[in-house]
Design a protein around this ligand. Sequence first.
Ligand code: NOJ
Length: 550
Amino acid sequence: MDTEVPPIPSAPPVTVPEDAGWWRTAVIYQVYVRSFADGDGDGTGDLAGVRSRLGYLRDLGVDAIWFTPWYPSPLADGGYDVADYRDIDPRFGSLAEAELLIAEALALGIRTIVDIVPNHVSEQHEWFRSALQAGPGSPERERFWFHPGRGEDGAGIPTDWVSSFQGETWTRTVDADGRPGEWYLHLFTAQQPDLNWNHPDVRREPENILRFWFDRGVAGVRIDSAAMPVKDPALPSLPGEDAAPGTHPHIDRDELHEIYRGWRSVAEEYPGERVLVGEVWLEDAARFARYLRPDEMHTAFNFDFMTQPWSARAMRASIERTLAAHEPIGAPATWVLSNHDVTRPVTRYGRADSGFAFERKRFGTPTDLERGTRRARAAALLVAALPGSLYIYQGDELGLPEVELPREVLQDPMHFRSQGVDPGRDGCRVPLPWSGTASPYGFGGTPWLPQPGDWGGLTAEAQQRDPGSMLALYRSAIALRRDLSDFSDQSLTWLELGADVLAFRRGESTICVTNLSGSPIPVPAHREVLLSSAPTTGALEPDTTLWLAL
Ligand code: NOJ
């Protein structure tokens, strides 16, 4: 039965507010559109769904929403294969609806950040389609990395480069006469051809895309795979482990900085502090920090902290590394417990190996969800107390676990390219439970990935009624973090309460203490318990964080 879809009214003019440095301490909520809320009942989340839940995000207290790619896409990589950067995928809505959503969110005090994917496009992008059609030697092919194969018959792969998704990084084309042709480079799937950033069109286009979205009131961009776009045109072999920084043929090349300086200039053409947020996966803290120099990106995700195991030593070392790397350049740190690519915290912290690494993901890993949830609650208060900005991946505020989905429903290319060894990332992308006791739990239509049957207690509705819920904890932490004047001072002073305890003071009189040891410890002297991740009865229990006022 066709349901009448009401027309989308035009968006009112928007003004991005001028709060200086808003991004330095912001709480940014990541919406994976496909799985957030489904407004039209087709089982796929959409902008209508997000619009209907803006009140929930306002009540949670977030300052901004980062949308994973919402553009037209064949979804070969969950939308990170963009066919058109200036439109909205019809499954999600329309450009008019995005404009309305941006305005409605701003009216509630919530800014919008969009995802820009500069390393690659979809094979369905007009540039790639015309490159394939135009054939070898054409100017259209110069925007990509087309290359003849090695050997007499050209059947040898052009480089030994390694894909972030395992498997080959080159795919061979077929010429108009049906014969095997050139190869093209893709650091991810074959449906995501890499762009050639030495080409003037490729350099110019993203700056215009930024303007397109900034003109529509978007307050920032998250830059996908930000350390990867530039390649060494000589296509050399991969260097050894001890190669000098900046010499890798496709990671962290020095030329990238000039590109992001250009983007920063575009952002600064606009009022209201439009920000650049980098997805920069680099182990070397000093190289990472170079992306955050004052004329480049504003912030970048702190994956160093996100990958640490549940260990006071490891977490403290990471916090110290992070603060030390950011301090000299005056950039704020970011704190991230998860995102749409990694194992959900309640699951990860409930495992023997509680750190995160893509290559260690396996099916059937034993998990103690009760312990994981206790630790995820403690971790939420820990990161919310650290100086800098905070990212929350949708559903973490509900304490959702990673779902071990049956193999036959998996869609993530990481799973398939690992020959079925890696479960992939679908387990953290299962549609959210909003209400009710059975799937679809108020999500909308039959969800595109199946929801577990035992999520009735995890719905937003159930948790709204429960002052002890994960949702209640997140709401209180976000509200207090905004209200406590000690949190506006960005300094942090460590307190030494034992090797398995993380304790620090913010400002004059606010203390955050996390007990990562296996036994209760005394609660430090205080005037008032501001917030606690678990009930406290005299002692600070294991896997618990307290916020105390001195
Ligand atoms: C990083 C994104 O977060 C991930 O989801 C995507 O698969 C890759 N970049 C490729 O675009």
